[in-house]
Design a binder for this molecule. Structure first.
Ligand SMILES: *Cc1c(COP(=O)(O)O)cnc(C)c1O
Length: 409
């Protein structure tokens, strides 16, 4: 990065430090990944220059002959990968994708039924702090407080009362599978659209390891940087009959020009997703999550939802006398990166959960015995959080594992 060294050595220094941090820590953040170098190359390329208002063949600027091919490749590959009738690859993020889905077929003030944030939903599912809640009349469904799973019967009853125009399925923090067929029956029974937000699990769906919502949902959105392992961005899939509305809702509805560099990343990850390496990583992601869950349960940690079917393991750390924040900070101090999360029993400001995801460790090749070691390290750190000597030792153990599994060789 010799040019950056000249123009802004301070930022270069911080990038190098960030690289070092990534190599020296174990990333268990459920919404992160380590992106292939090829995609980082695309993101740092001249593709950043082009302003592309509109869609391939229908642009508002000249000079799009090459970027049109890139966007068309991204669209076609995403459609093929997910067996979707239409794809829009322009959303800047998952949130932007969600805004566009809402504005594609709904009017301001329409009713939407979505999952409560502390029960697993996302901010863009009508949380009061999100602008989505100011535009639409969101009502929320909860999980059953005992099983911490969606109660489809209760949801069907609630849908009949609320009569929403759209039902949102999909979550930020819900480690079990969602029954999309049941969701679509519920949506149909009240004449609502079904929108599935598969932000976290798109990679697992792409590898065909967990069920796909695409045939059941009118709209599907996802992020390309969680289990999907591509660069930052969002994608919308939908039925052909909504293609025009979705495209108009993205541009000019809610975005201006999109980032061609990120669209290229989406094209590349959709290509890589059909290859053996990607599918292996996703399989390891699932196996690692199951193993991590079993190890922690064996040490008497209470798992939200009773376990995992995905990359996520959500732990109620209060049963071990900690808050989510204390657990997050303790683990950060030894180089294990996680995040605190609300869980269904939370009603106040304090998060009782620690959300773990096995995407990034699986990308760097960590598996089996090493996952058991990580579970042991997590437990020991949390149980001895005030013992600096133990924490120092655990930090060395984390570093040893990191050195054996470099993120970028
Ligand atoms: C991560 C996530 C999003 C998108 O978030 P961005 O940070 O805007 O990309 C949307 N929905 C769910 C359920 C998510 O987990």
């Amino acid at each position: 990065m010799k040019n950056l060294k000249h123009d802004d050595p301070q930022i270069l220094q911080l990038i190098l430090q960030e690289e070092e941090r990534i190599e020296r820590t174990i990333d268990l953040v459920s919404s992160e990944t380590h992106t292939p170098k090829s995609i980082l190359e695309e993101m740092g390329s001249v593709l950043n220059h082009k302003t592309i208002e509109g869609y391939p063949g229908k642009r508002y600027h000249a000079g799009c002959e090459f970027v049109d091919v890139i966007e068309t490749l991204a669209i076609d590959r995403m459609k093929e990968l997910f067996l979707a009738e239409h794809a829009n690859v322009q959303p800047h993020t998952g949130s932007a994708a969600n805004f566009a889905v809402y504005f594609s077929v709904l009017n301001v003030g329409d009713k939407i039924l979505a999952m409560n944030l502390s029960h697993g939903g996302h901010l863009t599912h009508g949380h009061f702090a999100s602008v989505t809640s100011k535009c639409f009349n969101f009502q929320h469904y909860n999980v059953d407080l005992t099983s911490e799973l969606i109660d489809y019967h209760a949801l069907a009853v609630q849908a009949k009362e609320v009569r929403p125009k759209m039902i949102v399925a999909g979550a930020s923090s819900y480690p079990r599978l969602i029954d999309y067929e049941r969701m679509s029956q519920i949506a149909k029974s009240v004449g609502a659209y079904l929108f599935v937000d598969m932000a976290h699990i798109a990679g697992l769906v792409a590898a065909k390891l967990i069920p796909s919502p695409v045939i059941y949902a009118d709209f599907v959105s996802f992020t390309t940087f969680k289990t999907m392992t591509g660069g930052r961005g969002g994608v919308i899939l939908c039925r052909k009959k909504y293609a025009d509305e979705v495209d108009k809702a993205v541009f000019p509805g809610t975005q201006g020009t999109s980032a061609v560099s990120n669209i290229a990343g989406k094209a590349t990850i959709a290509k890589l997703a059909k290859e053996a390496n990607f599918i292996n990583v996703q399989r390891n992601t699932l196996d690692n999550a199951k193993l991590l869950a079993a190890e922690l349960a064996g040490k008497n940690y209470r798992l939200v939802g009773g376990g995992t079917d995905t990359h996520q393991v959500v732990v109620d750390v209060t049963t071990k006398g900690l808050s989510g924040s204390q657990a997050e900070k303790t683990l950060e101090s030894i180089g294990i990166i996680t995040n605190r999360n609300y869980i269904p029993k939370d009603t106040g400001k304090r998060a009782s959960g620690l959300r773990l995801g096995t995407g990034p460790i699986s990308v760097r090749g960590i598996e089996s015995d090493y996952v058991i070691q990580i579970a042991n390290i997590i437990d020991k750190a949390l149980m001895e959080k005030d013992n600096q000597e133990v924490l120092r030792e655990l930090k060395r153990n984390v570093l040893d594992i990191c050195k054996q599994f470099p993120v970028y060789k």
